[in-house]
Design a protein around this ligand. Structure first.
Ligand SMILES: [Zn+2]
Length: 368
């Protein structure tokens, strides 16, 4: 385990600076709509109680963002900057009413700001995103238009799949089994079921980037796909919408859309044929995931390994850790955990610098 973590840090770009990046997936997306919906779905046999995502993850509220910003602003690094999140955002969600009205004939989406208007404590979320950008606390990049594959999802709804229909009726996405029976998966937005799906993904990326720009005033520069890698050919569309850097696994398997896959080795600082920079994540901090008891210790170990090999620490930490609409105690403990981690980092490395993923890409590009 330790040897593998060391080996994975060896190839690629190096720096003597103690750079820390927090990449946080899923902001802007719905998941489980409310505690009431959660309880209903559990009672009707959907296993949403079996994953910390379906149990705790929910569209972030005004309070969730304000409380996260309060933690971030209570620390300052050696350059005078606060810790900063790079939230990997989606900017739209399904329009459940329109999809119901057309009898699942076709997919409809709405800007996530309209979803916020339907939620109880979310009217200020977009303004808090904008404040986060202005104060360099929370600088959104791109996780897709919505956090689901609308083609796969609509097909399952048209086939009246019981599990998919149940979460649809509760304005939610996710769940993997109903009464022990597996249900089709659709959260990986760019995982093609058929070769023809890939063409439609291009429209999703383009319309998503345009919506991102109209909400936030800039086109996204950095991208990671939701749940599973996208077909490699989509790099051209990502390049066309202005994406300059991509998150990749060190060993990445790309779906080709015809059931076959292609494989590739990646490393920090590699460039693809279009000149896009490859970033890799080398640390994880997921305190709402009960499979590890001491996330602080394990993340500190991973950061220390990264620094030992003169690498930046790119920490994956999903939104689920910081939201409280389903269970306030989840947000309380996640915020306490990130507070503890920031404290540990600055104590151990007083020269640590907190930067965004985009800033990291710029630093790598300017300093070969
Ligand atoms: Zn995600």
């Amino acid at each position: 385990m330790m040897i593998r973590k060391h080996l994975s840090n060896i190839p690629g770009w190096r720096t003597k600076r103690k750079l820390i990046v927090f990449e946080s997936d899923d902001w802007g997306s719905i998941r489980t709509r409310s505690k009431w919906d959660y309880t209903q779905m559990v009672n009707k046999g959907l296993n949403v109680d079996k994953s910390n995502f379906t149990k705790f993850d929910c569209l972030e509220s005004n309070d969730d963002l304000e409380r996260l910003f309060n933690v971030l602003t209570s620390y300052t690094d050696i350059k005078g900057n606060h810790p900063v999140f790079t939230p990997m955002c989606v900017v739209a969600n399904p329009d459940f009413v329109k999809i119901t009205d057309c009898n699942f004939d076709e997919y409809h989406y709405e800007p996530f700001t309209e979803t916020c208007n339907k939620y109880p404590n979310h009217n200020n979320v977009i303004n808090l995103w904008r404040k986060g950008i202005k104060e360099n606390l929370f600088v959104p990049e791109f996780h897709g238009r919505e956090h689901l594959n609308s083609l796969r999802w609509i097909r399952s709804l048209q086939q009246s799949n019981k599990g998919v229909l149940l979460s649809f009726n509760h304005g939610s996405i996710g769940g993997s089994e109903i009464y022990g029976e597996k249900i089709p998966q659709y959260l990986a937005a760019f995982d093609p079921e058929f070769f023809e799906d890939i063409e439609k993904f291009k429209d999703v990326l383009i319309s998503g980037a345009n919506l991102f720009n109209s909400l936030l005033g800039y086109f996204p520069r950095h991208f990671v796909a939701s749940n599973k890698p996208e077909p490699k050919v989509l790099e051209e569309t990502l390049h066309a919408i202005g994406i300059k850097s991509l998150i990749r696994y060190k060993f990445q398997v790309y779906p080709n859309g015809d059931g076959t896959t292609s494989k590739e080795m990646n490393w920090l600082g590699k460039r693809n044929s279009l000149g896009q920079l490859i970033l890799t994540r080398n640390c994880g901090f997921e305190p709402s995931d009960p499979s590890l008891s001491d996330w602080n210790a394990s993340c500190m170990d991973e950061i220390s390994t990264a620094f030992f090999w003169s690498k930046p620490a790119v920490i994956s930490t999903h939104r689920v850790n910081y939201v409280g609409c389903l269970d306030q105690a989840n947000a309380d403990s996640g915020l306490k955990a990130i507070d503890g981690l920031l404290n540990s980092i600055l104590k151990r490395w007083p020269d640590a610098e907190f930067i965004t993923s985009t800033r990291l890409s710029e630093i790598i590009s300017n300093n070969k």
